[in-house]
Design a protein around this ligand. Structure first.
Ligand code: PBG
Length: 323
């Protein structure tokens, strides 16, 4: 009888579809980003990221409880300091917003795994991810400051650090600094293949970190490059990265897939702010089915090879999955 092969047989109903499903999402896959600011009782919605907030430490604690109760295992913290300066000193201030948030979360919701973004751009007056010398972002002097930032988070009790600056040699510099201070057990998740992307626009509004001059193309990768991601990741693994990340996620699924095939350490993907805003905006306009789109996006990132997904959709998706 023609045709012998009828793939539709395995799609006839939800029972058989779920039995042959290759990729299944779980709240365990997600890491939820939080924006910590100074003050008390502050919870300000970020206009271009509906449902995401700048929150002071007391409010972050409430969010942390909620995130944990949804079965999301981890958060990544970004800081918005009261004062920014040339050298981003608030980034390595032991009494800084992120340091205080780490201590409070680990005190009250100890099972929530706390990761921190290691970068200077949220803390520098010029908005670049490193210190400026002769009008340019200086690589090596920046490494020392990033290492100081990581160590100060470690003293506050962080579970994992995630450097996002894309300076050369930062993984090794941070690894050595952590080990020297007795924090050999803290893993490093490297933003290893981080592209110079317009998808970060809403995030820069969220943390007020848009560069005051120039752009990030001298340190972040060119979106046109695929093989270069392999080189960046190879270097970061040699320097001691425990997990490597691709960022953004959706326009870079080929990169996630390449890395999964080429390396044997876990791969993370950052489903970034612009990817979130597009969906939320279209959802508000009623132009798409927001819930279905969110789940399709997240499953595609996992299917491409991501073991961990950093996403602003984590709470929405966890709720959908629990239903
Ligand atoms: C800091 C950093 C950025 C993001 C994460 N860490 C912004 C940037 O590189 O300009 C972007 C996150 C997002 O867009 O959701 N370097």
């Amino acid at each position: 009888m023609f045709p012998v092969h009828r793939p539709r047989r395995l799609r006839r109903n939800e029972v058989i579809r779920s039995m042959v499903r290759e990729t299944v999402l779980s709240p365990d896959d997600f890491i939820y980003p939080l924006f910590v600011t100074y003050g008390k009782g502050v919870k300000r919605e970020i206009p271009s990221m509906p449902g995401c907030f700048q929150e002071s430490v007391d409010e972050i604690l409430k969010s942390a409880q909620e995130i944990s109760s949804l079965g999301i295992p981890a958060v990544i913290l970004f800081g918005i300091p009261e004062n920014k300066d040339e050298k981003g000193s608030a980034a390595y201030d032991n009494d800084g917003v992120v340091q205080n948030a780490i201590r409070s979360i680990k005190d009250t919701v100890p099972n929530l795994y706390v990761i921190t973004d290691i970068c200077l751009c949220e803390y520098t007056s010029h908005g670049h991810c490193g210190v400026i010398e002769k009008g340019d972002v200086a690589n090596d002097p920046t490494l020392e400051l990033l290492a100081k930032e990581a160590v100060s988070h470690a003293y506050a009790g962080v579970d994992m650090v995630a450097p996002s600056d894309m300076m050369d040699g930062r993984i090794e510099a941070i690894r050595i600094a952590l080990d020297d201070e007795g924090f050999a057990e803290i893993p490093i998740m490297s933003y290893a293949a981080k592209y110079a992307s317009a998808f970060y626009g809403p995030f820069r509004e969220a943390v007020e970190s848009a560069p005051q001059f120039g752009d990030r193309r001298t340190y972040q990768m060119d979106p046109s490059n695929r093989r270069e991601a392999i080189r960046e990741v190879t270097l970061d693994i040699e320097e001691g990265a425990d997990i490597v990340m691709v960022k953004p996620a959706l326009s870079y699924l080929d990169i996630i897939s390449d890395l999964k095939a080429s390396f044997d350490i876990p791969i993370a993907a950052y489903n970034v702010s612009g990817e979130y805003s597009l969906v939320k905006a279209a959802g508000r306009l009623g132009w798409i089915d927001e819930k279905k789109l969110i789940m399709e996006i997240l499953v595609s990132i996992k299917r491409a090879g991501a073991d961990l997904i950093l996403t602003y959709f984590a709470k929405d998706a966890a709720r959908f999955l629990h239903r």
